[in-house]
Unconditional design. Structure first.
Length: 94
């Protein structure tokens, strides 16, 4: 279930990122979403300072490196909260 057309979405504070957050807890190149050929979405933390977290079972889990996610999953990038679908929508709107 890949939404949009971008295959790799860079998330961070740097203006070259596909999705930017004006938050000092978000690293310049914080994380990326990789949309796979088979329709899955992989979230990868790029060794950020504050970390990348997913909301599972009512609590936040820090990604050690990366994991597969689904569009409705809540994310915390640094201290900014959003969801996978919103990031994909923003990246493909620009």
């Amino acid at each position: 279930m890949v939404m949009g057309t971008k295959r790799v979405i860079m998330i961070g504070r740097h203006p070259d990122c596909d999705v930017t957050f004006p938050d000092d807890t978000v690293s310049r190149f914080h994380a990326e979403l990789v949309l796979t050929e088979d329709g899955r979405v992989f979230l990868l933390d790029r060794n950020s300072t504050w970390g990348t977290h997913v909301h599972l079972g009512g609590r936040w889990k820090k990604l050690d490196r990366g994991d597969f996610v689904v569009p409705q999953m809540r994310l915390r990038i640094g201290q900014t909260e959003t969801d996978v679908a919103t990031i994909i929508t923003i990246a493909n709107a620009g």
